[in-house]
Design a protein around this ligand. Sequence first.
Ligand SMILES: Nc1ncnc2c1ncn2[C@@H]1O[C@H](COP(=O)(O)OP(=O)(O)OP(=O)(O)O)[C@@H](O)[C@H]1O
Length: 309
Amino acid sequence: MGVEICVEGLTKSFGHQVIWQDVSLTLPAGEVSVMLGPSGTGKSVFLKTLVGLLKPDRGSVRVAGRDITKLREHELYEVRKQFGVLFQDGALFGSMNLYDNIAFPLREHTRRSESEIRRIVLDKMDMVGLIGSERKLPGEISGGMRKRAGLARALVLDPEIILFDEPDSGLDPVRVAYLNQLIVDLNAQIDATFLIVTHDIASARQVPDNIGLLFRRELVMFGPRERLLTSDEPVVRQFLNGRMQGPIGMAEEKDAAQVEQELAQLADRAPVQAPTPRLLPGPGITRPPRWEAIARREAELRRREVADV
Ligand SMILES: Nc1ncnc2c1ncn2[C@@H]1O[C@H](COP(=O)(O)OP(=O)(O)OP(=O)(O)O)[C@@H](O)[C@H]1O
C-alpha cells in the first residue's frame, strides 16, 4: 500500500530566481496524480524536492507523516528507498545489460542472494513485458523498451511511491497508449502512490485520479481529475485544451488585456467538455477498493452537472 505525501507551503528558488512558491497539496496514498505545467515551470525541480534531492527554501514535505526536509543525509538515504524514480531517459547504465541494470538497486541497497535477485528481477521484467530481453544493452533497444526497463528498475525495491519524469517523452502515440495502460495496471497491482510529470494532455485526461497545474511560480490548482477537466479556470482550460488563446504565452505570460480579448472571443465557442473516460486496468487485474470511491465521486459530479443544465 502506498503512503500519503503532504506538501505544505513549499517554496524553491535558485539564487534570485523563484521557481515556485507556497505550493501545498496532498498526494493521496495509492492514487495516481499528474503534474502539468508549461516548460520551465519547475516540475522536475518539484519531483527532486519530493525525493529530497533538492532542499526547499521553506515549507514541508511529509512522507507518511515524516517531514523529509528536516532529515540528515543518512536518514534521507533510508527514506529514499521508499521511492522509485523513473527518469526521462530511463537513466540506464549504457555498458550494463538490462538484467544487470534492473538488478543494480538490489545489489546496491540490499543483501539479497543472487538467486533471490534473479527471482525479483525476472518478476519485474515480466510485469513490464521485457522477458527475453535480459541480455540486451540499452543502446540495442527502442526508447519505449528503455522506459519500461527504467520502470522495472524503479520497481525492484517495492517502492511505496513512484515518481515518473515525463515517461511519455520521445514515444510515439501507440507506445504512449501502451505505457499508460502499463501505469494504470501497475498502480492497481502494487497500489503505490504515483506522481507523473507529463506534457501529454491525452494521458493527463485518462490516467490519473488527481491533476495539478504549475504556472507563474504557483500551483494554480490541484484536485480530482474530473474537477480539473471541467474547470473553467482560464489557465487550466487553455493548458488542457492545448490552445494558444489564454494566459499562457510562448515565452511565459501575456498581458491582461490580450488575455481578456482572446478569452472573450473563445467564450461562446468552447464549452467545457465532459471528462474523458478513465483508463481502466486490463482484464484479470483486480481493481483496488479505492476505485469504487473514485467511481462514486465521478458519478456524483456528473449527476450534479446534469442537474445544473
Ligand atoms: N540545479 C539547478 N540550479 C539552478 N537552476 C536550476 C536547477 N535545476 C533547475 N533549474 C531551473 O529551474 C527551472 C525549472 O526547471 P525544471 O527542469 O524543473 O522545469 P520543467 O517544468 O520540468 O521543464 P520541462 O517541462 O521543460 O522539462 C529552470 O529555469 C531551470 O533552469
